[in-house]
Design a protein around this ligand. Structure first.
Ligand code: FPP
Length: 240
């Protein structure tokens, strides 16, 4: 008999520590973001290799717009370059990209890159790479509530039938299963407005590694940690 360890269907990552990594090396913060792209490649490769079906990366939070303008434009530029440069490789690995978050604040160029990466990988089916870009969980939930309220006002939904599945179906992540594991690199223990509704039963893991130092080995360590967790979903276990 082979020993199979449980593999999370959906892993979500808060990629933290780019700025600290760069500062520790006496470099500019944006250089940490550049180095972080290599870690994104490693995480995608490891997820495909381990048979994870969904990998969500918190690439830019709505709050990140408040960072110095040079850092915001460096991240946007890096994102456009990475997206354009990686699309063939993503396709070769069978990776479909889906972007979640608000689209209104991006320049036309960034918006076009987001549309292009989604449409050029739409037929891939091995891994869904969800990029949370201009994402905030509270605004996602508020937008869902607005939509549900206006559908109720238009009598498309009866108010008394609104339940948890109605809310889930109106989030950006409507077609995506809830994350089984959320990893936050960089050692901080918080979710920072990321997938708050969806995280209800996720296993949380906070390794100290800074994101630019994250490689396939660290992904494997996270999956090994997941395999050691006992998930009860509020029920009791039959183990003594
Ligand atoms: C958090 O580190 C990281 C970000 C705000 C940006 C993440 C972006 C990338 C890794 C590059 C682009 C992504 C893709 C998907 C191509 P921080 O700056 O908050 O680090 P700190 O806590 O050390 O300051």
């Amino acid at each position: 008999m082979t020993d199979r360890i449980p593999i999370p269907r959906h892993v979500a990552i808060i990629m933290d520590g780019n700025g600290r990594w760069a500062t520790q090396l006496g470099r500019e913060r944006y250089e940490g973001h550049i180095a972080g792209v290599e870690s994104v490649r490693a995480a995608v490769k490891a997820a495909v290799r381990r048979g994870v079906e969904y990998l969500t990366l918190y690439a830019f939070s709505t709050e990140n717009w408040g960072r110095p303008a040079e850092e915001v434009s460096a991240i946007m530029e890096l994102f456009c370059r990475s997206v354009a440069g990686e699309v063939d490789d993503l396709r070769a690995q069978g990776v479909r990209v889906k972007v979640i978050g608000g689209r209104e604040r991006f320049s036309q160029r960034v918006a076009e890159h987001l549309d292009a990466i989604e449409s050029r990988t739409a037929d891939c089916d091995k891994l869904t790479l969800v990029l949370a870009f201009d994402y905030s969980s509270r605004s996602e939930i508020a937008a869902a509530v607005r939509q549900i309220a206006s559908r109720a006002a238009a009598r498309e939904i009866a108010a008394e039938t609104i339940d948890e599945s109605t809310v889930s179906a109106h989030l950006y992540t409507a077609s995506i299963p809830d994350p089984d594991m959320i990893i936050r690199t960089g050692g901080d223990h918080r979710l920072s407005n990321f997938l708050l509704w969806q995280a209800s039963y996720a296993e949380l893991y906070f390794p100290k590694v800074l994101w630019p130092d994250f490689r396939e080995e660290q992904f494997d360590e996270a999956l090994n940690e997941y395999a050691r967790r006992e998930r009860r979903f509020g029920l009791v276990t039959d183990k003594k």
